[in-house]
Each structure stands twice: as structure tokens, then as C-alpha cells.
Design a binder for this molecule. Structure first.
Ligand SMILES: NC(=O)C1=CN([C@@H]2O[C@H](COP(=O)(O)OP(=O)(O)OC[C@H]3O[C@@H](n4cnc5c(N)ncnc54)[C@H](O)[C@@H]3O)[C@@H](O)[C@H]2O)[C@@H](O)CC1
Ligand SMILES: [K+]
Length: 516
């Protein structure tokens, strides 16, 4: 598990390191600069063959980092120029000290960007996590110009212009090929649109680490490939199908067998022992043919008398370790009865998706009163119906919306978007880094919901279950995109890549090079 922080948390951890552990600010700055200069040296090994490197430095401590990087590269033999577009007057004490050193070494300083400039590298040390308002005026024009110069663009800590907390662009942003961030990744580097301008993200250890939390651990986390193995349910040689959990899938209205199939098969791929599908009677034959492994129980979706169906549901609920309800279920009166019944099981592990969420959006009291152990998996449209807020508003406030809902309804809320965010009632936030836009295809959500229910069967930690499922679902999507391309990949392709990525994770080698 990797921590994710906002600017306020990061400032506190900086402060704790300096004041509590007595590590001087200049030491942290030197280590920050070393991390950036090492990365540049890795890309441009021979100083004599490298064109000029330009470091753009602001007057805050991010600028101080940029000045120190310029010095380290200059002393290593690179041609370096420094540009100080905000002048020297408002420099912080640390940055001023770096500037005085630069002057002592007589490192070339330019006062403005030449009209036709050519650089090997542009270092962005204009603003870091101290950015507090929109970039405007001459600085806006400067960043615009920098983005047009063909060079390797590297951002110090965070690309100038990205809000570290939300990923929103404050006026304009430096468009980085690589960002070397310090201590921990920032929310704004994983959230869109910030993620697009961050480039490759390198999280560098500069001495601000988990010790620096003192009593204030961050709420945010993301996962890396090496985290996945330990999160998979344990398996033992001395076991049987009863050892790995029983999953009930309540899905598929009349002639809507696909959703039930996708979710049930994904549940099986999680490694659970048994999957039982409760579905409309019209789906029996096709499901028996497509998924002979599953136990099929059917009901008459059109009946006026649900007594028999409820008796069957009771039987299934008592049998199951975890339940998924919703995919392809429809919103008929009988579907509503099923959703209400499932919600009434206190302590039961339940995943609500698709039509179950549409039904709940009309009766949120049901959700609020439920004592079940809940995970909900809405996409933006479903979240809009659940909250009564427009999609655009939710999209701009993904984590706030999901967090508020999770707390109010005491549920894990998996809010699915290009960057899926998961929030828990205890304020924990997970951002998923896997996946691609090829996954925006029918049935993809059914696969995620089924996989989640599958892992939930053997887990007592709903948040971890949701995070693991999103990670692997996205990784399967990435693998499917490699084979079929983002235009043509389908939910079936994502489904059939699940075994591949789960097996790779079991060997500890799911590939994800987006974050290093
Ligand atoms: N001990 C520390 O404080 C350390 C800080 N580090 C670096 O310091 C950075 C944070 O430093 P600071 O807190 O000084 O903040 P910044 O360097 O990000 O800049 C803040 C300065 O810019 C001004 N400003 C903010 N938004 C502006 C805008 N839109 N237009 C014009 N001016 C604007 C502020 O008034 C302030 O003067 C980190 O991102 C990191 O790079 C690292 O060196 C590690 C140690
Ligand atoms: K920066």
C-alpha cells in the first residue's frame, strides 16, 4: 500500500521532519535536488553531448529545489542556465541561500526566455505544493511558451499549475514528461486532469517518510504491483471448495443473461469455491450452457406473488458468504422487493451495482437503515441518481462526493470514472491507477462487481476488497488493451484477462510502469 497525500498533510510532514526529528530544511532540499538531478543524469548521461539545461525557479522552496538542481548539474559538467521569472525579492530564506550559492559559482542566469531557444531539458521549479491561486499574467505566458519548446520536461515535486489536492489546473500548467515528487505521491498527480500533465511519476525518498506522520497518518492510498500478492485471499494445499467462499449473484432480468454471466464468471475467477446465480427463469438455459460451473436458481420475474421467490432468496442468502445484487436486474416492482430483502440482512457482505443502485436512488432510507456490510459500485450516472447532483458536478468533486456518501450511508463507495475513487466511512480514500478508456464498454462494470463479490467472500475488509478488485479489473483492462486495442476490446476480453493478471499477481509480477 502506498500513501497519497494532499498539500496540507505534506506541509505537516515537512514540518514534523524539520521540527520534531531536527533534520534541517537545507538537507531535505539537497536530497530533493539530488533525486531530480539523478533522474536527469540517467536520461542524459554525457554532459558534453547534452544541450543546455534550463531551470525555471520561483521564489518559494520549490524554486530553491530548482536552484540546487541547477548547481548539482553544473558541477557535474552540464551546461546550465537559470531563469528567475519572479525575481529574488520575495525568496524564502532557504531559496535565497540557494541563490547566493548559485551566484558564488557564477552559474549563468538569464533574465528572459530567448525568442528562439533550444534546450535539452527544462526543469520546472516555479511552484510546488505552495501554489495557492491561478497562474496568470506573464507567468501564464511563460508556461505557455515553455510547453512549446521541444525538450525533455521535468517537474520538481509537482508540475506548476496542478492543484496538489484535486488535480485541477490553476490557469495553466507545465506539461511534464516526468515528475519527481518528494516523499509521497500527491492526489493531484493521480486525479485527472492533473495526471495527464504529470507524465511519468517518480516518488523519491528525501527523508520525509512514515516516521514523519507522528500521530497523523494520511487518509489516501493507492496500490502498486508489489502490493497485490499479499492482498489476495490465502490458499492452502489442505482445502476444498468450501474453504474459498460461496458467492450469490442476484442478477439478470428476463432475457438479460449477459450481466449475470459476466459477474458470475468474474466471481469464479477470484478463486471463490462456489457461485450461485438467482435469476429470471428465462435465463436458465443460456447460463447453464455458458457457465456450467454455476448453480442456477430461477424465479418468475413477472409473478404477482413473490412468496416462493423470497423463500428461495432466503435460502440463497443463508448459504452465501457474500452477495452481489443488481447487474441486469431491471427496476420492476419485483426487483425492488429483492433489493429490499437483500438489504435487510444485517452483517451480510453485499455488493450493490447497476439496477440495485437505481432502485436504491428512489428509496435511500432503505440503504441508510441497512446494517449490512456494504460496497456500492456506481458509475457517474448512477451516482448522479443517488445524490441528485449533475454528473459534471460529481466529476469535478469525485472524492468529496464519494466520501460524503460513504459516511452518510455507512458504505464503501466505489465511484467509477477514468480515475476510480473508493471512499470508506472512516475517511480512507483509495485512487485506482490501473485501467484505460477501452474499458468504457458494456459489461465491464458487471465484471468488476462480480470480482468484488468474489473477493469479498473471503475477506473481512471491505475497503481492501474494493481496492484489490478495482486494481485487478483495471490491470485486466490494460492487458486486454494490449491484445485487442482500446477501440475493439470488450467486456469478454477484460473478463478473460482476469486469470492472467491474477496469476501474475500471485507470482508478484503484475506490470504497471505508470508509477515508479
Ligand atoms: N522543508 C521544506 O519546506 C521543503 C520544501 N520542499 C519544496 O518546497 C515546495 C513548497 O514550497 P513553498 O511552500 O515555499 O511553496 P512554493 O515553492 O510552491 O511556492 C509558493 C510561493 O508562490 C506564491 N504563489 C503561489 N501561487 C502563486 C500564483 N498562482 N502566482 C504567483 N505566485 C504564487 C506564494 O505566495 C509563495 O510565495 C515543495 O513543493 C517542494 O518542492 C522540498 O525542498 C523539501 C523540503
Ligand atoms: K514545480
Amino acid at each position: 500500500m502506498q500513501y497519497l497525500v494532499n498539500s496540507q498533510e505534506m506541509k505537516q510532514y515537512d514540518k514534523n521532519t524539520i521540527e520534531y526529528y531536527k533534520i534541517p530544511s537545507a538537507v531535505l532540499m539537497e536530497r530533493a535536488a539530488l533525486a531530480v538531478s539523478d533522474e536527469i543524469k540517467k536520461q542524459f548521461k554525457d554532459p558534453s553531448q547534452t544541450n543546455t539545461i534550463l531551470s525555471i525557479c520561483g521564489c518559494g522552496n520549490n524554486g530553491g529545489d530548482g536552484l540546487a538542481v541547477a548547481r548539482l548539474l553544473y558541477l557535474a559538467g552540464y551546461r546550465v542556465e537559470v531563469l528567475l521569472p519572479m525575481g529574488t525579492e520575495k525568496m524564502t530564506a532557504e531559496t535565497r541561500a540557494q541563490y547566493e550559492t548559485i551566484r558564488q559559482y557564477q552559474i549563468p542566469e538569464i533574465t528572459e526566455l530567448p525568442e528562439s531557444s533550444s534546450y535539452a531539458v527544462i526543469i520546472d521549479a516555479l511552484f510546488g505544493i505552495g501554489l495557492s491561486r491561478e497562474i496568470g499574467g506573464n507567468l501564464y505566458k511563460l508556461v505557455e511558451k515553455l510547453n512549446q519548446i521541444p525538450a525533455y520536461r521535468i517537474a520538481v515535486d509537482i508540475a506548476s499549475g496542478i492543484s496538489a489536492d484535486t488535480g485541477a489546473i490553476q490557469g495553466i500548467t507545465f506539461d511534464a514528461d516526468t515528475t519527481v515528487t518528494f516523499g509521497f505521491a500527491k492526489y493531484g498527480q493521480l486525479f485527472y486532469p492533473g495526471a495527464e500533465y504529470t507524465g511519468r511519476l517518480i516518488v523519491a525518498d528525501i527523508g520525509i517518510d512514515t516516521y514523519s506522520f507522528l500521530a497523523q497518518k494520511p487518509f489516501g492510498f493507492y496500490l502498486k504491483p508489489e502490493d497485490i500478492h499479499a492482498m489476495l485471499p490465502e490458499r492452502h494445499a489442505y482445502s476444498n471448495k468450501g474453504s474459498y467462499g460461496k458467492v450469490l449473484i442476484v442478477a439478470g432480468s428476463k432475457d438479460m443473461a449477459g450481466a449475470a454471466y459476466f459477474s458470475a464468471k468474474a466471481a469464479y475467477y477470484s478463486g471463490c469455491g462456489l457461485v450461485r446465480i438467482l435469476t429470471a427463469k428465462e435465463n436458465r438455459q443460456i447460463l447453464l450452457t455458458k457457465l456450467p460451473e454455476a448453480i442456477i436458481t430461477t424465479y418468475d420475474a413477472d409473478t404477482d406473488d413473490m412468496t416462493e421467490c423470497i423463500a428461495q432468496l432466503d435460502d440463497c442468502m443463508n448459504w452465501a458468504d457474500s452477495v452481489l445484487i443488481g447487474p441486469g436486474l431491471g427496476t420492476s416492482p419485483n426487483a425492488k422487493i429483492l433489493v429490499a430483502k437483500v438489504l435487510s440482512y444485517a452483517g451480510k457482505k453485499i455488493v450493490f451495482d447497476a439496477d440495485a443502485l437505481n432502485i436504491l436512488s428512489k428509496n435511500l432510507t432503505l440503504l441508510k437503515e441497512s446494517k449490512a456490510d456494504k460496497i456500492i459500485t456506481p458509475h457517474l450516472g448512477e451516482m448522479s441518481r443517488l445524490t441528485g447532483r449533475p454528473v459534471t458536478q460529481i466529476q469535478q468533486n469525485l472524492s468529496e462526493t464519494a466520501a460524503a456518501f460513504a459516511i452518510e450511508y455507512q458504505t464503501i463507495c466505489v465511484l467509477k470514472d477514468a480515475r476510480t475513487v473508493i471512499c470508506a466511512p472512516d475517511k480512507t480514500i483509495y485512487l485506482n491507477t490501473t485501467g484505460n478508456h477501452g474499458m468504457a464498454t458494456g459489461g465491464s462494470g458487471d465484471v468488476l462487481a462480480g470480482l468484488t463479490a468474489g473477493f469479498f467472500a473471503k475477506s473481512e475488509n471491505a475497503m481492501q476488497t474494493a481496492a484489490l478488485s478495482c486494481y485487478l479489473h483495471g490491470a485486466a483492462g490494460d492487458a486486454a488493451a494490449l491484445q485487442k486495442g482500446m477501440y475493439s476490446m470488450t467486456a469478454s476480453d477484460i473478463l478473460e484477462m482476469l486469470p492472467v493478471v491474477i496469476q501474475a499477481a500471485d507470482g508478484g509480477i503484475v506490470k504497471d510502469e505508470k508509477i515508479q
